[in-house]
Design a protein around this ligand. Structure first.
Ligand SMILES: Nc1ncnc2c1ncn2[C@@H]1O[C@H](COP(=O)(O)OP(=O)(O)O)[C@@H](O)[C@H]1O
Ligand SMILES: [Mg+2]
Length: 247
């Protein structure tokens, strides 16, 4: 679905991504774990071409080279960013936020439209005429996700959706991510919350100072908790890895 090869991204003279390579198969949920300033947001902005890389390749479905496109063209291909800090409009109502996300989408019945979004996220239906600034953090995050799913999404980039949310809400969010994955949408989840990343995704990349330090499955990562301690200063908070079953 998505392949990054040797991606280098800068802000002016400041070199932030130092040759990142990673790949996501269709339908996979993959996490990008890293502490503040590691480059997670920059990586997502690089994929969307909001901060175009200066070197390297980003290909979608092994067919389209995204680095040759503008952000709105990447969007049209079904790649959606659910931005850090939610990116919703506080002064508008829930419904206005959803409708705005549908502008510039080609009209097709199969799309996730406002009514389908209400079916999928009943809490938004309840609040449809309320201003977003009155919603809780969790409700705003659900709205941000619903906005990113409007139209036809094939690849969803989620930038720290659990940030600032209470543990109970984070668990609901994890279930929601699993549900979205079941619909066939490929997910890249940037997280500092390791427990969330490990329980929502099947495969993981650890980003440190703009470099990929680790790549592996949930089991491989739980077996190498020292990497988490080195790069994040935390352990995963999950049980130690299981020894392989005797044969
Ligand atoms: N607009 C910007 N201009 C200059 N430097 C930036 C900008 N945004 C981020 N950076 C720097 O790039 C590095 C990576 O930041 P970021 O991608 O936001 O990391 P993360 O999302 O993992 O916290 C940091 O050192 C940060 O200070
Ligand atoms: Mg960030």
């Amino acid at each position: 679905m998505l392949r990054l090869q040797d991606v280098h991204t800068y802000y002016g003279p400041s070199h932030v991504l130092h040759g990142v390579s990673l790949s996501l198969a269709k339908g996979e949920a993959v996490s990008l774990i890293g502490r503040n300033g590691a480059g997670k947001t920059t990586l997502m902005r690089s994929i969307m071409q909001l901060t175009p890389p200066r070197q390297g390749s980003i290909s979608l479905k092994d067919q389209v080279e995204l680095t040759r496109l503008k952000p709105h063209e990447v969007f049209r291909l079904g790649v959606r960013l659910c931005p850090q800090g939610r990116g919703v409009f506080p002064k508008l109502t829930v419904e206005e936020n959803l409708r705005l996300a549908l502008v510039s989408q080609p009209k097709r019945e199969t799309h996730l439209g406002v009514d389908k979004a209400y079916q999928l996220f009943p809490v938004l239906a309840e609040k449809r005429h309320q201003k977003v600034r009155g919603l809780s953090g969790g409700q705003r995050q659900i709205l941000a996700i619903a906005r990113a799913l409007m139209g036809e999404t094939s690849l969803l980039l989620m930038d720290e959706p659990s940030e600032g949310l209470a543990p109970l809400i984070v668990r609901e969010l994890r279930d929601l991510i699993r549900q979205i994955k079941k619909t066939g949408i490929t997910i890249l989840l940037a997280e500092q919350n390791v427990k969330m990343a490990l329980s929502a995704c099947d495969r993981h990349y650890i980003l440190e100072k703009g470099d990929i330090r680790f790549s592996g499955t949930t089991q491989e990562l739980t077996c190498q908790q020292d990497i988490l301690v080195q790069t994040l200063g935390v352990s995963s908070g999950v049980a130690e890895c299981e020894a392989p079953a005797p044969t």
